[in-house]
Design a protein around this ligand. Structure first.
Ligand SMILES: [Zn+2]
Length: 253
């Protein structure tokens, strides 16, 4: 994965990589294991935060952010409990494609209630059958989607973070909140689609999803992502309608 220039804690990264696990059945189309990293939290009221990155295999910077979060979680005492799935679509990552090895967009393959009625129609009409956004022949047909659902069932997250590129926004599907102060990426609602993770988790299960859409070029330092990890750590403890305090007071995650 691409490195942040001048920033890399090799010891922490090695420690984190030494702890990764694979849930039974979490393999890609080509049989590559889809691993995850767990870090428990210290707070009594800790929340469970599940991070997916590289759902789209060609969004390489997304993987770098998952990596720095894993590194950092090794070196701090987080308040919340974290699970990071750094490469959900390893075949796409290897093939440099958004889709998986079956040419399905995993983020349109989640079994939302409207999948049967709307996923293909939406794909045909709205994307003009763009092959990069093909939702599959049926809902949850892909092993990578099935793995994501197994992670959700196993970990039971209170909050999901999905890391993408290149739209340069934070897109939040969740309760109405005052946007956090975060200059690097503005807070903006982009919407959700039949078969998308946001629709599946928030609109059908009331688990908020923060979709991070990164810029193609990573910043010189990992600082914005450290700050964002702290913002997320605060955000998960909030109830709808409460304003977010400055993340500057928190240095724990
Ligand atoms: Zn994406």
């Amino acid at each position: 994965m691409k490195e942040f220039p001048g920033v890399s804690d090799q010891t922490a990264l090695r420690a984190a990589c030494g702890k990764v696990k694979v849930i039974e059945g979490c393999q890609s189309v080509k049989g590559v294991p889809i691993f995850h990293y767990d870090r428990d939290g210290k707070d009594k009221k800790k929340q469970k935060i599940l991070v997916f990155s590289l759902i789209h295999g060609d969004e390489v910077p997304a993987g770098a952010v998952a990596r720095i979060w894993m590194e950092r979680l090794e070196t701090i005492e987080p308040r919340n409990q974290w699970r990071v799935v750094p490469i959900l679509n390893p075949d796409g990552y290897q093939l440099k494609t958004r889709t998986n090895a079956d040419e399905v967009d995993i983020n349109r393959n989640f079994p939302t209630k409207d999948w049967e009625a709307k996923a293909k129609e939406y794909w045909q009409k709205t994307t003009h059958s763009n092959h990069r956004r093909f939702p599959g022949d049926r809902a949850n047909s892909e092993p990578e989607t099935q793995c994501a659902l197994k992670q959700i069932e196993d970990f039971k997250p209170d909050f999901v973070v999905s890391i993408h590129t290149p739209l340069k926004v934070l897109d939040f599907d969740g309760p109405k909140l005052a946007p956090p102060k975060f200059e690097y990426l503005p807070w903006k609602t982009l919407g959700h689609y039949p078969g998308s993770l946001g629709r599946y988790m928030w609109y059908e299960r009331k688990v908020p999803v923060l979709t991070m859409e990164l810029k193609e070029d990573l910043p010189k330092s990992e600082k914005p992502f450290v700050e964002l990890q702290d913002i997320i750590g605060l955000l998960v403890g909030l109830e709808a309608g409460k304003p977010l305090q400055s993340a500057k007071s928190a240095t724990q995650e």
